[in-house]
Every structure is written in structure tokens, then in C-alpha cells.
Design a protein around this ligand. Structure first.
Ligand SMILES: [Zn+2]
Length: 151
């Protein structure tokens, strides 16, 4: 005769399965998911062999996934072009980010078309000295002009 238990996740009472008298977590999918995740976490810390197996299976998954990605790219050249453009955008953002840190660029208006103020005298903006600054309206992607030389 089994007694009811309280599930540590949902706090509801449940009857352990006759097949698993040691059951400590109720049968709801969400609680079982949390139980497996907790088990996995604890096991990763306590069992180096398990940890190693997990790392290897993750690597295998990545390798397999990588092959899948390659095939996908081969099958769909447009995808590659889109990715390239996104990468270009990211590179551009990074470069602009660096310039911003160096006080060479101000992001005037962050919107669909980005407006950047570029120029070595940009820090004079507080004096409303716009003459030496250059306004660039960049398309959403594309190449950047060369970085301004400090005068
Ligand atoms: Zn539960």
C-alpha cells in the first residue's frame, strides 16, 4: 500500500506509480521535465564521466548540425547572401561602436535608416559647431567609409 507524496515542484499530492515506488515527483510533464533538468544539473557537477559524455554528445550534435547547416546553405544561396549581409551589419555596428567609444561618432537617431554623425570635432557639438562634422546616412548594410583621421 503506497502513501501519497507531495511533489517538490508543483506541491500537489500524488500517488507514486506502482512501477516506481520510489517516485518523488508527480507525473505531470512539466514536473518531470524539471526533475530531469535538475538531475542533469546535479549529475554534471557530481559525475565527471557523465559530464564528459554530455560534452561529447553536444559536440557530436554541433558537428551534425554544422553538416546540416552546410547542406542548407548549398541548397539555398539566398540564405548565404542574407547571412553575409547580416554579418556585414554586425561588423559595421561593431566598428561604429568602437568609434562611439572613441567619441568620434554620435548615434543621432537610431532607426531603420541610421543617421550617424562622424567627425573628429564631434565633441564640439555642445558648442553647436557642426561645420567640421560630417553627416552620414548609412543604408541598413554596406561598407563604411574609412575612419576619420584625427586632425
Ligand atoms: Zn508535480
Amino acid at each position: 500500500m503506497s502513501k501519497t507524496r507531495r511533489c517538490p515542484y508543483c506541491q500537489r499530492s500524488f500517488l507514486p506509480s506502482v512501477y516506481r515506488p520510489q517516485q518523488e515527483v508527480c507525473g505531470q510533464p512539466e514536473c518531470q521535465r524539471r526533475r530531469r533538468a535538475d538531475y542533469h544539473r546535479k549529475k554534471l557537477v557530481s559525475d565527471p564521466v557523465y559530464h564528459q559524455v554530455v560534452l561529447e554528445s553536444q559536440k557530436k550534435w554541433r558537428d551534425a548540425h554544422c553538416e546540416y547547416q552546410k547542406q542548407r546553405r548549398r541548397a539555398n544561396p539566398q540564405l548565404v547572401e542574407n547571412n553575409r549581409q547580416h554579418q556585414r551589419q554586425r561588423d559595421q555596428k561593431r566598428r561604429l561602436g568602437r568609434l562611439v567609444k572613441n567619441n568620434l561618432v554620435l548615434d543621432l537617431k537610431h532607426s531603420a535608416s541610421e543617421v550617424w554623425l562622424v567627425g573628429s570635432k564631434v565633441h564640439d557639438l555642445d558648442k553647436n559647431n557642426l561645420a567640421s562634422a560630417q553627416v552620414l546616412i548609412l543604408p541598413s548594410f554596406g561598407s563604411l567609409p574609412t575612419e576619420p583621421q584625427p586632425s
